[in-house]
Design a protein around this ligand. Sequence first.
Ligand code: GSH
Length: 212
Amino acid sequence: MKIALAYAPTTCALVPFVNLTEAGAEFEPVPIDTHRGQNRTAEYLRLNPLHKVPVLIVDGRVLTENVAIQIWIARTFPAAHLLPPDAWEEVQAISLMAWCASGIHPHLARYHGPARYCGDADPAAVRDIAKEMVFENFHKAEDLLRDREFFFDRFTAVDSYFFWCFRRATEFSLDLSGFPNCARHFAGIAERRSVQKAFAYEREVKALFGRT
Ligand SMILES: N[C@@H](CCC(=O)N[C@@H](CS)C(=O)NCC(=O)O)C(=O)O
């Protein structure tokens, strides 16, 4: 099986990179320079008309949307236990990934690029609201991670997904000191070999793209 992953530094493409690595899958990351519009070329838009990363290409077939990509990885590499084996817990994990994708990520995007969401209105107001929304969601995560190393009994795809959400917030000048459980989870996941490998690859790609 030939697996390729359209990847861009600092983006949510980190999540499938980490999970494919956790699964021991052989895959080829394909670096996409979104700052230079490589996600808007005709070739890329044929893969994903919505010009987003990640895109997973499996033997020429294209899969978009992070939640679906993580489920495919978990089902294709069951030995990695990237989703809990119990049916109820499995759907709880999918619910949490959907929450990362639709409940947290859009607010992070609004905080990062408020001007895209407000026309002529004040981007600072959009940013303030986005911050409130991010924090509301991190409070939920704070409860879920109380006295826990992972969201479930062991590492799952939910951990890498939430890890990316929290990491994105650390890249903004936000005071995250009110989220000690999230910060502890973040530090623990950051130590995993899969994440260190993803960070090393990210550094490589940033250098390739001439970014610091
Ligand atoms: N719903 C998509 C969202 C992916 C997404 O927003 N990716 C961002 C990077 S984190 C992106 O590619 N942005 C570039 C663009 O929108 O042009 C998913 O969950 O996979």
